[in-house]
Design a protein around this ligand. Sequence first.
Ligand SMILES: Cc1cc2nc3c(=O)[nH]c(=O)nc-3n(C[C@H](O)[C@H](O)[C@H](O)COP(=O)(O)O)c2cc1C
Length: 283
Amino acid sequence: MPNPTNDKPVNANSVNKSNQGMLDKFRNLPNDSPQKIVVVTIILCLTCSIMVSSAAVLLRPLQLSEEQLSKRIEILKVAGLYDEDESINSLFNHIETRIVDLASGEYVTNIDPDRYDYERATREPETSVEIPKNQDIAKINRSAKYAPVYLVKEGDEIKNIILPIYGYGLWSTMYAFISLQADGKTVEAISFYQHGETPGLGAEIANPQWQQRWVNKQIFDQQGEVRLRVIHGAVDKTSKNAPYDIDGISGATLTGNGVTNMIRYWFGERGFGPYLAKLQQGA
Ligand SMILES: Cc1cc2nc3c(=O)[nH]c(=O)nc-3n(C[C@H](O)[C@H](O)[C@H](O)COP(=O)(O)O)c2cc1C
């Protein structure tokens, strides 16, 4: 059939034949010919780079960033499950991560907890809310609508509830995980894992000896009011407030006030208050 765009008819057979001829010519070159070495090297490099980039793209969802891994270590530590000889991921299998709608206190099922980027959700306008100035006692400006909670379980029973909390101290935002007993109101452990307070003063919030003073303290009073606080000076063990009071760190009253404020915020109505109330009702 004549070809309307070209005077010479295109003959597919002749094209195939000439390709075949080039291939045969290439194949028949001696193995140590420079052309053959260059072409084979290029093909090898291309194949390897395609394989490596495909593996990187395909495996990306399964990889944890450095930050996610170190957060998992902190959660395991506060859960009392950390063992440096064991794989972080297999230890983390003992912990169930759930996402909570902070406003309602209900679990959210349409977000994959393993892929939820809480820090990002806190920044983005669509996934967070601005906190009215008069309610922003932790000085965090915005809060994500949904927050992760980490449940340490024994069979079907919840043993500990670990919550991420943060708030402003004197110089910086302080980040902690607090572990509660199954009653949702008694402190099992706390770990301040990131802050920029002064070494020897405010930075003592990260001192395990000070954190030990939180164990068995009560967050709420009988009326459900948040009462846990860091006081100025040492706790009077005979005082009726002793179950809620934590020794202050000397020279760091302002950091201590920041810690008290973050506790009041995160266990209040805008934080995990609704969630813990539901949990206590057995919902
Ligand atoms: C260089 C410098 C760093 C300080 N860092 C802290 C700090 O991290 N946290 C804090 O509460 N106070 C810090 N302070 C002290 C506060 O300014 C304030 O004096 C103190 O909180 C009062 O606490 P006190 O009543 O326990 O002494 C620092 C002071 C100086 C001069």
